[in-house]
Design a protein around this ligand. Sequence first.
Ligand SMILES: Nc1ccn([C@@H]2O[C@H](COP(=O)(O)OP(=O)(O)OP(=O)(O)O)[C@@H](O)[C@H]2O)c(=O)n1
Ligand SMILES: C[C@](O)(CO)[C@H](O)COP(=O)(O)O
Length: 228
Amino acid sequence: MFQKYAIIVAGGSGSRMQTSQPKQFLPMGGEPVLLHTIRRFFNYDPALVLVVVLPEQEMGTWQQLCAQHGFQVPHQVVAGGQTRFQSVRNGLAALAHAEEGVVAVHDGVRPFVDKAMLETAYETASRQGASVVAVELKDSIRRVRGGSSKAVDRTAYRLVQTPQCFRLPLLRRAYAQPEVAQFTDDASVVERFGHKVQLVQGSYRNIKLTTPEDLVLAEAFLVQEKGK
Ligand SMILES: Nc1ccn([C@@H]2O[C@H](COP(=O)(O)OP(=O)(O)OP(=O)(O)O)[C@@H](O)[C@H]2O)c(=O)n1
Ligand SMILES: C[C@](O)(CO)[C@H](O)COP(=O)(O)O
Protein backbone atom coordinates (compact mmCIF):
# COMPACT_ATOMS: atom_id res chain seq x y z
CA MET A 1 0.00 0.00 0.00
CA PHE A 2 1.08 3.58 -0.56
CA GLN A 3 -0.11 6.90 0.86
CA LYS A 4 -2.47 8.77 -1.43
CA TYR A 5 -2.63 12.54 -1.74
CA ALA A 6 -4.80 14.81 -3.87
CA ILE A 7 -4.37 18.42 -4.89
CA ILE A 8 -7.75 19.73 -6.03
CA VAL A 9 -7.20 22.95 -7.93
CA ALA A 10 -10.02 25.47 -7.67
CA GLY A 11 -8.00 28.68 -7.80
CA GLY A 12 -9.36 30.00 -11.10
CA SER A 13 -11.90 32.74 -11.81
CA GLY A 14 -14.06 30.83 -14.29
CA SER A 15 -14.15 33.61 -16.89
CA ARG A 16 -15.61 31.36 -19.66
CA MET A 17 -18.57 30.46 -17.45
CA GLN A 18 -19.59 34.14 -17.41
CA THR A 19 -21.08 34.07 -13.93
CA SER A 20 -20.37 36.57 -11.17
CA GLN A 21 -19.51 33.76 -8.74
CA PRO A 22 -16.49 31.55 -9.63
CA LYS A 23 -17.83 28.33 -11.19
CA GLN A 24 -16.33 26.08 -8.49
CA PHE A 25 -18.82 27.61 -6.02
CA LEU A 26 -21.92 27.49 -8.25
CA PRO A 27 -24.74 25.26 -7.01
CA MET A 28 -25.14 21.84 -8.60
CA GLY A 29 -28.00 19.79 -7.15
CA GLY A 30 -28.17 22.43 -4.41
CA GLU A 31 -24.52 22.11 -3.32
CA PRO A 32 -21.37 23.88 -4.55
CA VAL A 33 -19.57 22.11 -7.41
CA LEU A 34 -16.33 21.94 -5.41
CA LEU A 35 -18.04 20.21 -2.52
CA HIS A 36 -19.16 17.42 -4.87
CA THR A 37 -15.64 17.01 -6.21
CA ILE A 38 -13.99 16.80 -2.78
CA ARG A 39 -16.62 14.34 -1.55
CA ARG A 40 -15.87 12.01 -4.50
CA PHE A 41 -12.24 11.76 -3.38
CA PHE A 42 -13.23 11.22 0.26
CA ASN A 43 -15.73 8.50 -0.70
CA TYR A 44 -13.05 6.79 -2.78
CA ASP A 45 -10.59 6.72 0.16
CA PRO A 46 -11.31 8.49 3.47
CA ALA A 47 -7.60 8.20 4.41
CA LEU A 48 -6.54 10.29 1.42
CA VAL A 49 -4.73 13.56 2.30
CA LEU A 50 -6.62 16.38 0.57
CA VAL A 51 -5.25 19.80 -0.38
CA VAL A 52 -7.71 22.26 -1.93
CA VAL A 53 -6.38 25.30 -3.79
CA LEU A 54 -8.63 28.39 -3.81
CA PRO A 55 -8.39 31.99 -5.05
CA GLU A 56 -6.76 33.95 -2.23
CA GLN A 57 -9.71 36.38 -2.04
CA GLU A 58 -12.28 33.55 -1.83
CA MET A 59 -11.08 31.79 1.34
CA GLY A 60 -13.92 33.36 3.34
CA THR A 61 -16.51 32.33 0.73
CA TRP A 62 -15.40 28.71 0.99
CA GLN A 63 -15.47 28.80 4.80
CA GLN A 64 -19.04 30.14 4.66
CA LEU A 65 -20.13 27.53 2.11
CA CYS A 66 -18.67 24.69 4.20
CA ALA A 67 -20.51 25.96 7.28
CA GLN A 68 -23.75 26.49 5.36
CA HIS A 69 -23.71 22.94 3.95
CA GLY A 70 -22.33 21.26 7.09
CA PHE A 71 -19.37 20.04 5.03
CA GLN A 72 -17.06 18.00 7.30
CA VAL A 73 -14.59 16.31 4.94
CA PRO A 74 -11.09 17.15 6.31
CA HIS A 75 -8.97 19.15 3.87
CA GLN A 76 -6.20 21.73 3.93
CA VAL A 77 -6.84 24.97 2.08
CA VAL A 78 -4.08 26.78 0.16
CA ALA A 79 -4.11 30.05 -1.82
CA GLY A 80 -3.75 29.68 -5.60
CA GLY A 81 -1.68 31.62 -8.11
CA GLN A 82 -2.18 33.52 -11.36
CA THR A 83 -2.10 30.34 -13.46
CA ARG A 84 -3.08 26.69 -12.96
CA PHE A 85 0.65 25.82 -12.90
CA GLN A 86 1.21 28.22 -10.00
CA SER A 87 -1.84 26.90 -8.17
CA VAL A 88 -0.57 23.31 -8.41
CA ARG A 89 2.87 24.45 -7.26
CA ASN A 90 1.29 26.10 -4.20
CA GLY A 91 -0.65 22.91 -3.51
CA LEU A 92 2.56 20.89 -3.69
CA ALA A 93 4.24 23.25 -1.21
CA ALA A 94 1.55 22.26 1.31
CA LEU A 95 2.82 18.67 0.97
CA ALA A 96 6.45 19.67 1.57
CA HIS A 97 6.76 17.33 4.57
CA ALA A 98 5.29 14.31 2.82
CA GLU A 99 7.92 11.95 1.47
CA GLU A 100 6.55 9.02 -0.51
CA GLY A 101 3.23 8.19 -2.05
CA VAL A 102 1.15 9.08 -5.08
CA VAL A 103 -0.52 12.43 -5.63
CA ALA A 104 -3.49 13.11 -7.89
CA VAL A 105 -3.96 16.56 -9.35
CA HIS A 106 -7.59 17.16 -10.18
CA ASP A 107 -9.65 20.09 -11.44
CA GLY A 108 -12.10 21.21 -8.77
CA VAL A 109 -14.60 21.72 -11.56
CA ARG A 110 -14.64 18.06 -12.66
CA PRO A 111 -17.21 16.78 -10.16
CA PHE A 112 -17.97 13.49 -11.93
CA VAL A 113 -14.67 11.74 -11.29
CA ASP A 114 -15.48 8.18 -10.23
CA LYS A 115 -13.97 5.51 -7.97
CA ALA A 116 -12.87 3.13 -10.75
CA MET A 117 -11.08 5.92 -12.58
CA LEU A 118 -9.33 7.06 -9.39
CA GLU A 119 -8.28 3.52 -8.52
CA THR A 120 -6.80 2.88 -11.98
CA ALA A 121 -5.04 6.25 -12.07
CA TYR A 122 -3.47 5.91 -8.60
CA GLU A 123 -2.42 2.27 -9.14
CA THR A 124 -0.92 2.96 -12.55
CA ALA A 125 1.08 5.91 -11.22
CA SER A 126 2.35 3.86 -8.29
CA ARG A 127 3.81 1.36 -10.77
CA GLN A 128 4.85 3.64 -13.64
CA GLY A 129 5.34 7.04 -12.06
CA ALA A 130 2.76 9.03 -14.02
CA SER A 131 -0.79 8.38 -15.24
CA VAL A 132 -3.31 10.57 -16.99
CA VAL A 133 -6.95 9.83 -17.75
CA ALA A 134 -8.01 10.47 -21.33
CA VAL A 135 -10.81 9.63 -23.77
CA GLU A 136 -11.07 9.06 -27.51
CA LEU A 137 -12.45 11.83 -29.69
CA LYS A 138 -16.09 11.60 -30.74
CA ASP A 139 -15.95 14.30 -33.43
CA SER A 140 -13.86 14.66 -36.55
CA ILE A 141 -11.00 17.11 -36.24
CA ARG A 142 -9.17 19.41 -38.67
CA ARG A 143 -5.84 21.13 -38.42
CA VAL A 144 -6.17 24.85 -39.06
CA ARG A 145 -3.28 26.69 -40.68
CA GLY A 146 -3.45 30.22 -42.06
CA GLY A 147 -6.78 30.56 -43.86
CA SER A 148 -7.30 26.84 -44.62
CA SER A 149 -7.88 23.58 -42.82
CA LYS A 150 -7.14 19.88 -43.37
CA ALA A 151 -8.70 16.72 -41.99
CA VAL A 152 -6.43 14.79 -39.62
CA ASP A 153 -6.59 11.27 -38.20
CA ARG A 154 -8.56 11.50 -34.96
CA THR A 155 -7.46 8.03 -33.84
CA ALA A 156 -4.00 9.52 -33.30
CA TYR A 157 -5.31 11.86 -30.58
CA ARG A 158 -6.88 11.73 -27.12
CA LEU A 159 -8.76 14.29 -25.04
CA VAL A 160 -6.96 14.67 -21.75
CA GLN A 161 -8.82 14.95 -18.45
CA THR A 162 -7.93 14.90 -14.78
CA PRO A 163 -7.11 13.19 -12.39
CA GLN A 164 -3.47 13.05 -13.38
CA CYS A 165 -1.49 10.99 -10.85
CA PHE A 166 2.22 10.98 -10.08
CA ARG A 167 4.70 9.66 -7.59
CA LEU A 168 5.05 12.62 -5.27
CA PRO A 169 8.85 13.12 -5.55
CA LEU A 170 8.56 13.09 -9.38
CA LEU A 171 5.82 15.73 -9.46
CA ARG A 172 7.73 17.88 -6.98
CA ARG A 173 10.88 17.82 -9.13
CA ALA A 174 8.90 18.47 -12.31
CA TYR A 175 7.19 21.49 -10.77
CA ALA A 176 10.57 22.99 -9.85
CA GLN A 177 11.00 23.76 -13.57
CA PRO A 178 10.34 27.30 -14.79
CA GLU A 179 6.78 27.75 -16.06
CA VAL A 180 6.23 27.89 -19.84
CA ALA A 181 3.03 28.70 -21.77
CA GLN A 182 2.78 25.11 -23.11
CA PHE A 183 2.04 23.78 -19.63
CA THR A 184 -1.73 23.29 -19.94
CA ASP A 185 -1.82 20.38 -17.49
CA ASP A 186 0.40 18.36 -15.14
CA ALA A 187 1.29 15.71 -17.70
CA SER A 188 2.90 18.35 -19.90
CA VAL A 189 5.03 19.49 -16.94
CA VAL A 190 6.17 15.96 -16.08
CA GLU A 191 6.80 15.11 -19.73
CA ARG A 192 9.02 18.16 -20.22
CA PHE A 193 10.93 17.05 -17.14
CA GLY A 194 11.70 13.85 -19.08
CA HIS A 195 9.29 11.29 -17.65
CA LYS A 196 6.84 9.29 -19.78
CA VAL A 197 3.15 9.50 -18.98
CA GLN A 198 0.83 6.46 -19.09
CA LEU A 199 -2.69 7.07 -20.43
CA VAL A 200 -5.58 5.37 -18.63
CA GLN A 201 -9.26 5.26 -19.55
CA GLY A 202 -11.22 8.39 -18.68
CA SER A 203 -14.96 8.90 -19.07
CA TYR A 204 -17.25 11.07 -21.20
CA ARG A 205 -19.06 11.92 -17.97
CA ASN A 206 -15.90 13.36 -16.42
CA ILE A 207 -16.59 16.78 -17.89
CA LYS A 208 -14.86 19.99 -16.91
CA LEU A 209 -17.43 22.67 -16.17
CA THR A 210 -16.13 25.37 -18.47
CA THR A 211 -18.97 27.11 -20.34
CA PRO A 212 -22.65 27.65 -19.34
CA GLU A 213 -24.10 24.60 -21.16
CA ASP A 214 -21.83 22.30 -19.10
CA LEU A 215 -23.95 23.16 -16.04
CA VAL A 216 -27.08 21.85 -17.77
CA LEU A 217 -25.31 18.59 -18.53
CA ALA A 218 -24.03 18.35 -14.95
CA GLU A 219 -27.53 18.74 -13.48
CA ALA A 220 -28.77 16.03 -15.86
CA PHE A 221 -25.98 13.64 -14.77
CA LEU A 222 -26.90 14.25 -11.11
CA VAL A 223 -30.58 13.54 -11.71
CA GLN A 224 -29.63 10.34 -13.52
CA GLU A 225 -27.30 9.26 -10.68
CA LYS A 226 -29.98 9.91 -8.05
CA GLY A 227 -32.42 7.75 -10.02
CA LYS A 228 -30.05 4.75 -9.92
N1 LIG B 1 -4.96 30.23 -11.59
C1 LIG B 1 -5.68 29.12 -11.65
C2 LIG B 1 -6.41 28.78 -12.82
C3 LIG B 1 -7.18 27.63 -12.82
N2 LIG B 1 -7.21 26.85 -11.72
C4 LIG B 1 -8.09 25.68 -11.69
O1 LIG B 1 -7.79 24.79 -12.73
C5 LIG B 1 -8.96 24.09 -13.14
C6 LIG B 1 -9.11 24.07 -14.66
O2 LIG B 1 -9.06 25.39 -15.16
P1 LIG B 1 -10.19 26.15 -15.96
O3 LIG B 1 -11.32 25.31 -16.29
O4 LIG B 1 -9.52 26.89 -17.06
O5 LIG B 1 -10.69 27.17 -14.84
P2 LIG B 1 -10.64 28.77 -14.80
O6 LIG B 1 -9.25 29.24 -15.02
O7 LIG B 1 -11.30 29.12 -13.54
O8 LIG B 1 -11.60 29.12 -16.02
P3 LIG B 1 -11.40 30.17 -17.19
O9 LIG B 1 -10.18 29.73 -17.95
O10 LIG B 1 -12.66 30.08 -17.98
O11 LIG B 1 -11.21 31.52 -16.54
C7 LIG B 1 -10.14 24.78 -12.44
O12 LIG B 1 -10.63 23.93 -11.41
C8 LIG B 1 -9.55 26.05 -11.92
O13 LIG B 1 -10.17 26.53 -10.73
C9 LIG B 1 -6.47 27.17 -10.60
O14 LIG B 1 -6.49 26.44 -9.61
N3 LIG B 1 -5.72 28.31 -10.59
C1 LIG C 1 -6.01 20.09 -16.98
C2 LIG C 1 -7.09 20.05 -18.03
O1 LIG C 1 -8.37 19.98 -17.44
C3 LIG C 1 -6.91 18.77 -18.85
O2 LIG C 1 -7.89 18.76 -19.85
C4 LIG C 1 -7.04 21.24 -18.95
O3 LIG C 1 -5.82 21.24 -19.64
C5 LIG C 1 -7.26 22.56 -18.24
O4 LIG C 1 -7.24 23.56 -19.21
P1 LIG C 1 -7.89 24.98 -18.98
O5 LIG C 1 -7.55 25.78 -20.18
O6 LIG C 1 -7.25 25.48 -17.73
O7 LIG C 1 -9.34 24.75 -18.88
